[in-house]
Design a protein around this ligand. Structure first.
Ligand SMILES: [Zn+2]
Length: 67
């Protein structure tokens, strides 16, 4: 579900890609997730990127406010 009518999806995709490439390693257990299962959701005002470690289940979140 990468397409919607909102502008700026390219910037959001770039942000997500940044996490997928720079935050592969779980800070809790050190597991490196090569699939980088970051998910993103938005309520229109902010975007929340979330990753759940497949090894230990620790979750990380990054929240961005949209303008
Ligand atoms: Zn972990």
């Amino acid at each position: 579900m990468a397409t919607n009518s909102m502008g700026g999806s390219t910037a959001l995709d770039r942000l997500r890609r940044r996490y997928e490439t720079t935050e592969k390693k779980c800070p809790a257990c050190g597991y490196v997730d090569h699939d980088a299962n970051w998910t993103s959701r938005t309520d229109g005002r902010r975007v929340v990127y979330r990753h759940v470690c497949p090894s230990c289940g620790a979750s990380r979140e990054h929240t961005f406010r949209l303008r």
